[in-house]
Design a protein around this ligand. Structure first.
Ligand SMILES: [Cu+2]
Length: 238
């Protein structure tokens, strides 16, 4: 157990629900019924819920590495997918597709890897498939859209993925609200196949599939803690 994990355990991080907001706070077993203990994501009931880990940014524990906060994962169709979020990314070559670092509150990404089913399109297991068309929509518990946008392909220090920055406010897009405060949301990813991307069909070189997969949606419950905001700085390249 690292010092970091020991500290987190000592803090006894709990998610406190009040009228319409969630907040991270320390709690103990003596807290009353207005608090609920964190739910472990794994089957090990003693394991901490990684979604609730406090940010190390600005603390002596900050190791300078990026710390992704998990949203969830899914295995569907030709892909295994893992969604994470963290502070906005400062990007080169984004083609103007992505909200700028200074205008954003978070970066959300989907690590898409080919599974066994995906090999019929000629991909290799665990590779990142190129040229997918992915968008995301965040809704609140009433189903109201909070923010949505297109993902793009990009590389970070930990490899290739799909993602985008989430703007501080979605008002310009006619949506509502922002992710300023912690909350419980649903994020839905719409996964569509590549366009203008060939599939060999001839006898010598052809792949098994004769057409691309049908577009599909993957939804995940998003326990959003807003912890990534602690990692936002004035100059992300400094
Ligand atoms: Cu990214």
């Amino acid at each position: 157990m690292t010092m970091n994990r020991m500290t987190r355990t000592a803090l006894g991080i709990c998610l406190v629900a009040s009228a319409s907001t969630l907040a991270l706070t320390g709690c103990s077993s003596s807290d009353n019924g207005s608090t609920q203990s964190s739910t472990a994501a794994s089957s090990d009931s003693s394991a901490e819920d990684a979604r609730l880990a406090p940010s190390v940014c600005g603390t002596p524990e900050d190791d300078g590495q990026n710390h992704e906060i998990p949203v969830g994962d899914a295995d569907e169709g030709p892909f295994h997918m893992e969604a994470n979020y963290f502070q906005p990314g400062d990007m080169a070559f984004d083609g103007g597709m992505m909200p700028a670092y200074a205008d954003s509150i978070a970066h959300i990404e989907l690590d898409v890897k080919v599974n066994e089913e995906g090999t019929k399109y000629g991909w290799s297991v665990d590779e990142t498939p190129a040229d997918l068309n992915i968008d995301y929509t965040v809704t609140d518990k009433s189903g109201k859209e909070i923010v949505k946008g297109m993902f793009m392909e990009m590389n970070a220090a930990d490899g290739s993925h799909y993602g985008t920055n989430i703007p501080k406010s979605a008002e310009a897009a006619g949506l509502v609200g922002s992710l300023e405060n912690p909350g419980e949301y649903t994020v839905t990813f719409h996964i569509a196949p590549p366009k203008n991307y060939g599939l060999h069909q001839d006898k010598r070189t052809g792949v098994e599939a004769t057409e691309w997969f049908a577009p599909f949606d993957v939804s995940m419950d998003w326990l959003y803690t807003a912890e990534q905001k602690k990692c936002i700085v004035d100059d992300p390249r400094a």
